[in-house]
Design a protein around this ligand. Structure first.
Ligand code: PEP
Length: 257
């Protein structure tokens, strides 16, 4: 089954709303100049919450085909949850995607598989596609347990998720040892785990559903490494951190073909 590749830029805690606007404008110009075909490769950016309204205005005003999303979503709908941002609020801002369970949220904010599952459900309830992040740390890779560890995270994130939602989920395999370290996984490493994730989706649901789900790789992706990663059968795109802050570099990654 043909899967449309997705290149998504996770800006993390970088860029104020003016810088975000400027970056989106520059990225849009570069992709327009390169006659980028968004139906062939989808491109999305995930700015901070504070920039989403500005990005929405720009995308709407210039009728950009660029998608945008958030880096997190509250597990709650409304109420006494200071500092949280809900799916209702995000969907009003026109976001297409939300990253869920990024390793930095698991590590620094104590997000468990249960929380990730609730946030995954919350995203779907508001018409937002979750990009569910999974992946092992260095100790687990060294112990050779990276596949079983990552698949357990997939099981946790998708717990009780019905097939009519799961068919649209995006999963990002992001080995923690590769995030922000400059140490990109080899294409074979990425393929091994992305294929295992697809295999698990087939077990949890069915092969047809598994064949339609996009599985991304993330971890120090650059324009020099993306083409080889994308040549792997089960790698359907990239979740890009540091390199997505530079519009020139990110536009090259999006035009990996
Ligand atoms: C990320 O934050 O999801 C990521 C993959 O970061 P980087 O590309 O900088 O390793």
């Amino acid at each position: 089954m043909a899967r449309t590749p997705l290149i998504a830029g996770n800006w993390k805690l970088n860029l104020d709303h003016l810088e975000a606007t400027h970056t989106v404008q520059k990225l849009a110009w570069l992709l327009r100049d390169a006659k980028h075909d968004f139906s062939e490769v989808e491109v999305a950016v995930l700015p901070s919450f504070t920039s989403l309204r500005s990005v929405q205005t720009l995308v709407d005003a210039d009728q950009l085909e660029l998608k945008y999303g958030a880096q997190d979503i509250s597990a709650h709908v409304s109420g006494a949850y200071t500092g949280e941002v809900s799916g209702t609020q995000l969907s009003k801002l026109g976001v297409s995607y939300v990253a869920v369970g990024h390793s930095e949220r698991r590590q620094y904010h104590g997000e468990t598989d249960e929380v990730v599952a609730t946030k995954t459900q919350a995203a779907f309830e508001h018409g937002i596609v979750p990009i569910v992040c999974v992946g092992e740390g260095l100790d687990i890779r060294k112990a050779g347990e990276h596949v079983s560890y990552t698949l357990a995270q997939v099981d946790g994130a998708l717990k009780d998720l019905p097939a009519d939602k799961a068919k649209d989920v995006v999963i990002a395999y992001e080995p923690v040892w590769a995030i922000g370290t400059g140490e990109v996984a080899t294409p074979a490493d990425a393929q091994e785990v992305c294929a295992a994730i697809r295999g698990r989706l087939a077990e949890l649901y069915d092969q047809e559903l598994a064949d339609g789900v996009r599985v991304l790789y993330g971890g120090s992706v650059k324009s020099s490494s993306i083409a080889q990663l994308m040549a792997e059968e089960d790698v359907d795109g990239g979740l890009v951190g540091g390199a997505s802050l530079d519009p020139e570099e990110f536009s090259k990654i999006a035009r990996f073909k």
